[in-house]
Design a protein around this ligand. Structure first.
Ligand code: HDD
Length: 690
């Protein structure tokens, strides 16, 4: 007897070919992966309504088997990421230095895929831990894929790739207890750091607000290593790559980042997604630092040491192009997850340097993709495939997607036309004479200065930024349970800046300053470099920022409208927040829909807030903790607050003291000016900084 379809208890479903009343459009008929039409996708094949399920049910087995294999190993680092499609447009030719078309054809738009990431956490971890951010760009150039796999910090923790597994084991969750997730504030990380003095420069960056970006759209990116550009004669010029965001740099404060982690673990992913949905096109300028071997010989550090940067004062930045993000991926897994970056992917006219960190990376990424994506054919996955023609004689392997024709899969050969052959325009390495050193596991003496640039970084910061570094160190080390590790770090800080060491020691409650470790080289006092700041590079603007307006029944309708129009006119996104998601009936008797309900739309997600409340509502909301937090958090996170008189009781109970950033809602202009920046002067009054 033919099996009878049993829909008992199921909701009605649109069938293949039918028009679905809600989804709109036609649904194609469902099939198995072999193309066999599926009549019932909700009931297993059984011997009867109460009988066992039959092994012959290929629809069930195929669906479950595929599901069982839906996850692939996550990246060992940078597992959590968000990405977008876009293009790179060259605005200034580097033809004097390189033959690479992507860097010489002005006006050419090269498609790119850009993936931002945190480093330490797993794929499902929060977006706002204190962590370095990955900034990986795949350029699909006419001459093949070029991957610039960088970070939002221009230096790295270690000098040699052989140390990378140790660094990562130390920072990831501890192996016996599997916590903490996505955090540096634990013993193993700081133990490793305390015994790795070369990491001190990067530690200063990691403890700064660089690791707390407000948005992926508001952070810089760096290629970090020196690369080479090669001209037609094979002459080499060193180059460092910098991405500079058009929206300026902006970070959050630590308390805000922690609260964001709870309120919206997807904060950065959502921010980028929503910006692209709104039609915004986040943009970065690509700038280069160009220098010769002779220039490099005069630097007071070794540029092949990835723990060092080249200050802009020493080698200025030349802008050469712009990166524009245009489109969120269609499918997270197929694109963001399966994209495989590799620093070894470079095009003719660009070459590597002898930076030992880079050299190790050249091996690691291809290797990791083989295990992560499971096949040497991962380059055929659409997001990884070059957009220019590509052909060679490599064959077969798991998941071969191409169907090569003919008898010939080798060279040299004479049996068949159209087989791929070498080309004179192919990639050529820089003809570098190897140094006549002795083979061995050596590190150059020029890599031995670990503190000068750490000091330069700290001393280049503004007063609030220095306070944040000190406070971050106190926070992190206070989470370290082992006293000798805490003390060892303070010992290193003494070589960086005596006052910083004292601040941190006092913040930790140490009775005396621990000894500083022995020095190989006396640190230098390099001149401060203001471009190393965030605050100095912030743009006082509302572009790309967001403002929350809290309303309730009786709120002044004209005021809400005035604030909204002015903020939107200045480039901000405005969200109306109300105690009920259905909205509130304003003074004009009309209902204004809310974009978010108060408890689920905290002020931490905004750059500035306005409280437009009638007297009664202002009183009532003093009894609502979500409303009190809304206000006290905005104040503590140094945001501008516009308020009208009805909101006074709420300001009072939230402990808000009127300052330059707390402004009458009627003063729309004043509010917009204040909203375009953080209120740094307020900070010493709201938290005890180390
Ligand atoms: Fe790495 C991923 C950046 C040193 C080994 N790295 C990865 C990603 C970024 C960086 C942005 C994520 C790419 C993506 O979005 O898919 N890594 C860096 C930078 C480094 C660096 C800027 C130093 C300057 N990395 C580094 C070293 C090694 C690795 C020294 C190993 C010797 N990195 C990897 C990896 C990953 C990776 C294990 C994990 C997932 C992947 O490659 O595709 O191979």
């Amino acid at each position: 007897m033919a099996s009878k379809k049993n829909d008992a208890g199921d909701m009605p479903r649109g069938q293949g070919g039918e028009l679905h009343p809600q989804a709109g459009g036609q649904h194609p008929p469902m099939t198995t992966n072999q193309g066999i039409p599926v009549a019932d996708d909700q009931n297993s094949l059984r011997t009867g309504p109460h009988g066992p399920v039959l092994l012959e049910d290929f629809v069930l087995r195929e669906k479950i088997t595929h599901f069982d294999h839906e996850r692939i190993p996550e990246r060992i680092v940078h597992a959590r990421g968000s990405a977008a499609h876009g293009h790179f447009e060259l605005t200034k030719s580097l033809a004097e230095y390189t033959t690479a078309k992507v860097l010489t054809e002005v006006g050419e738009k090269t498609p790119v895929f850009v993936r931002f990431s945190t480093v330490a956490g797993g794929a499902g971890s929060i977006d706002t831990p204190r962590d370095v951010r990955g900034f990986a760009v795949k350029f699909y150039t006419k001459e093949g894929n070029w991957d610039l796999v960088g970070n939002n910090i221009p230096v790295f923790f270690i000098q040699d790739a052989i140390k990378f597994p140790d660094l990562i084991h130390a920072v990831k969750m501890e192996p016996d207890r599997a916590f903490p997730q996505a955090a540096t504030a634990h013993d193993t990380f700081w133990d490793y750091i305390s015994l790795t003095p070369e990491s001190m420069h990067m530690v200063m960056w990691a403890m700064s607000d660089r690791t707390l970006p407000r948005s992926l759209r508001m952070m810089e990116g760096f290629g970090i290593h020196s690369f080479r550009l090669l001209d037609a004669e094979g002459r080499s010029t060193f180059v460092k790559f910098h991405w500079r965001p058009k929206l300026g740099l902006q970070s959050t404060v630590w308390d805000e980042a922690m609260k964001l982690a709870g309120y919206d673990p997807d904060f950065h992913r959502r921010d980028l997604f929503e910006a692209l949905q709104r039609g915004e096109r986040p943009e970065w300028e690509l700038a280069v630092q160009l220098f010769t071997d002779e220039d490099a010989a005069k630097f007071p550090f070794d540029h092949l040491d990835a723990t060092k940067l080249i200050p802009e004062e020493l080698v200025p930045l030349t802008p050469i192009g712009r990166l524009v993000l245009e489109r969120w991926p269609d499918n997270f897994f197929a694109e963001t997850e399966q994209v495989a970056f590799c620093p070894a992917n470079i095009v003719p006219g660009i070459d590597f340097s002898n930076d030992p960190l880079l050299q190790g990376r050249l091996f690691s990424y291809l290797d990791t993709q083989l295990s992560r994506l499971g096949s040497p054919n991962f380059h055929q996955i659409p997001i990884n495939a070059p957009k220019c023609p590509f052909a060679n004689l490599q064959r077969d392997g798991h998941m071969q997607m191409h169907v090569p024709k003919g008898r010939v899969s080798y060279e040299p050969s004479s049996l068949q036309a159209n087989t791929p052959r070498e080309t004179p325009a192919g990639f050529a390495s820089f003809a570098q004479r190897p140094d006549d050193g002795i083979k061995g596991r050596a590190r150059p003496e020029s890599f031995a200065d670990h503190y000068s640039q750490a000091r330069q970084f700290y001393r280049s910061q503004t007063v609030p930024e220095q306070a944040h570094i000190a406070t971050a160190l106190v926070f992190e080390l206070s989470k370290v349970e082992t006293p000798h590790v805490r003390e060892a770090i303070v010992g290193h800080l003494r070589h960086i800046d005596a006052e910083l060491a004292e601040r941190v020691a006092a913040g930790l409650g140490l009775d005396a300053l621990p000894p500083a470790p022995p020095l190989k080289i006396e640190p230098m006092d390099l001149p401060p470099s203001p471009p190393l700041q965030i605050i100095g590079k912030a743009r006082p603007t509302l572009e790309g920022r967001s403002i929350g307006i809290l309303v309730d029944d009786g709120s002044d309708a004209a005021r809400v409208l005035a604030l909204r129009e002015a903020a939107e006119g200045a480039g901000a996104t405005v969200k109306i927040v109300a105690p009920k998601v259905g909205g509130a009936t304003l003074s004009d008797g009309k209902k204004l829909a809310a974009d978010g309900q108060l408890a689920g739309t905290p002020s931490v997600i905004f750059d500035a807030v306005a409280l437009v409340l009638a007297e009664k509502a202002g009183q009532t909301l003093t009894r609502e903790s979500a409303a009190r937090d809304w206000v006290s958090d905005a104040f503590a996170h140094l945001k501008a607050i516009a308020f009208d008189e009805g909101a006074r009781p709420l300001l009072d109970i939230a402990g808000v003291e009127v300052d330059a950033g707390v402004i009458a809602a009627g003063d729309v202009k004043g509010f917009l000016v204040a909203a375009a920046t953080r209120q740094w002067d307020r900070e010493p009054g709201v938290r005890m900084l180390a």
